[in-house]
Design a protein around this ligand. Structure first.
Ligand SMILES: [Zn+2]
Length: 247
């Protein structure tokens, strides 16, 4: 989904057609200077993460409803797995957050805190923080645990820490869950994300014309669809992502 989001949101066209950032630099973070094209590239990555996350959360919640109403197609040889993943809304969200966290954390164990990295992708831990905070926001749009968000946030935190412990056990190393907690609370991480998000309006001013609303997904069945219930970016991340988490 992440790669499809690059196409869907016009990122690939922007990279191909827009040369505005090729040589420019932006005054960065403390003493470091990050080339604007790298910040732009990092924005495209978290934007694709975000778009994919919205799609998958909407899909899994919708499928879960059908499953519990017994109208979903179920692979009979995997009944136990379906029950674990779709037995309740919380089962679905747990399964999804665990998987998304492991996916991002597993990509890159490098340190990120020394400076804003001048590579095309933000470091794995920073992406984890980005998707974790977006997970909390997107689930709120879906009305999850509206009565007790604090308990829900603790539930989500417990899931990612469980994922950390599982990864450490599999890789036979010490668990590093404290590092994720450090990133969640870090004002340096917030500054990095704010830097990346500065690119949003600049890039979206160009990419809106490439967004493939009618062409994606391109399967024959989906081409016939004339409307969609896919949640789309509806919140300005400047307001919501850059702040340090209260967790
Ligand atoms: Zn990507």
């Amino acid at each position: 989904m992440h790669e499809a989001a690059h196409l869907y949101k016009g990122h690939s066209d922007w990279v191909k057609l827009d040369h505005k950032f090729r040589s420019s630099v932006v005054e960065g973070f403390e003493e470091s200077i990050i080339p604007a094209n790298k910040l732009a590239a990092q924005f495209l990555e978290v934007d694709a993460d975000d778009c994919a996350l919205q799609f998958v959360i909407a899909s899994i919640l919708s499928y879960g409803e059908d499953y519990r109403a017994k109208i979903a197609k179920v692979n009979k040889s995997k009944r136990a797995a379906y029950k674990l993943a779709f037995g309740s809304v919380m089962h679905s969200l747990k399964t999804l957050l665990y998987a998304v966290y492991v996916l991002h954390r597993g990509v890159d164990f490098g340190e990120w805190r020394e400076e804003i990295n001048a590579e095309s992708h933000p470091r794995g831990l920073l992406r984890c923080r980005y998707v974790f905070n977006r997970f909390l926001e997107i689930t709120m749009w879906h009305g999850i645990a509206t009565g007790d968000r604090e308990e829900f946030e603790n539930f989500c935190l417990a899931i990612v820490l469980e994922a950390e412990r599982d990864m450490a056990r599999i890789e036979e190393r010490e668990s590093e869950e404290k590092r994720f907690l450090d990133v969640l609370k870090s004002s340096k991480a917030s500054q990095h994300i704010q830097q990346i998000n500065k690119m949003q309006n600049i890039i979206e001013d160009v990419t809106w014309q490439y967004v493939r609303g009618n062409l994606f997904p391109s399967t024959a069945k989906m081409k016939k669809k004339r409307e969609s219930n896919i949640a789309f970016r509806g919140v300005n991340p400047h307001r919501n992502i850059g702040r340090p988490s209260s967790i």
